[in-house]
Design a protein around this ligand. Structure first.
Ligand code: PEP
Length: 234
């Protein structure tokens, strides 16, 4: 079972989500499809598609104006939450430490965190890709999680840029993540690849060892872009 997760970022509307869910109802796939949408769209019935959020507070409740707790997200029927996305790391100063706390809160609320790790262009050029990925996994994934987790390898320099690493680079990164998860007692954790996935490259990326699915940003917004990605992944 592969996982195809969409990240709508700050785009869309409830109507657009209803339309997308309707368009996906008759898709011929045995894979898991998840749409991670803005908080205002949670609660829309996903039918055979799982609905998820894009972030969660590390806190349970209280004086955290503007934040939304994992329990509140779970209360809408959502099943998945992205944590540690590149944009949250860049614009909200999320660190591995806060990402781990958010992931733990998501698990405690009975949902599955999609924990993003990946290197920036500066880190890549400084030869730190492997170090950043390994520490990202070790420090962002709660130890002995009391529930499932999903990892997304998202090279930060490639997100939204129309760029993708080579398959060899993806293979090296995913092998490192798989080995790191093994050493943490988390074998069989799905590892998604994300950044500039589209219909023309999805199946090829899925052929890389240890790639268990894709996290799709821009190409998850319209049925005409997303459906061919889903159907290309067997
Ligand atoms: C993302 O935002 O998680 C992402 C993968 O974006 P894009 O597919 O647009 O690069």
């Amino acid at each position: 079972m592969k996982i195809i997760a969409g990240n709508w970022k700050m785009n869309g509307s409830r109507d657009a989500l209803v339309n997308m869910v309707r368009a996906l109802q008759d898709i011929d796939t045995s894979n898991t499809v998840i749409l991670c949408v803005p908080y205002t769209m949670l609660g829309v019935d996903g039918g055979n598609v799982y609905i998820g959020a894009q972030d969660a507070s590390a806190h349970d409740k209280g004086a955290y104006t503007g934040e939304v707790s994992a329990d509140m997200i779970a209360d809408t029927g959502a099943r998945y939450v992205i944590v540690g996305h590149s944009e949250c790391r860049a614009y909200h100063n999320d660190t591995n430490d806060t990402v781990r706390q958010k992931a733990a809160a998501v698990i405690a609320a009975g949902m599955v965190p999609i924990i993003c790790v990946g290197e920036t262009m500066d880190e890549k050029q400084a030869g730190k890709t492997m170090e950043v990925i390994e520490s990202g996994v070790r420090e962002s994934v709660p130890s002995d999680p009391d529930g499932d987790v999903i990892i997304a390898y998202e090279p930060r320099w490639a997100i939204g840029a129309g760029l993708t690493p080579t398959n060899a680079e993806i293979a090296t990164a995913h092998k490192l993540i798989a080995d790191t998860l093994d050493s943490m007692g988390l074998s069989n954790t799905p590892i998604l690849y994300g950044a500039s996935v589209k219909a023309s490259n999805a199946a090829d990326i899925m052929s890389v060892p240890n790639v268990g699915g894709v996290l799709v940003g821009g190409a998850s917004l319209k049925p005409d872009d997303l459906i061919p990605i889903i159907t290309s992944i067997k």
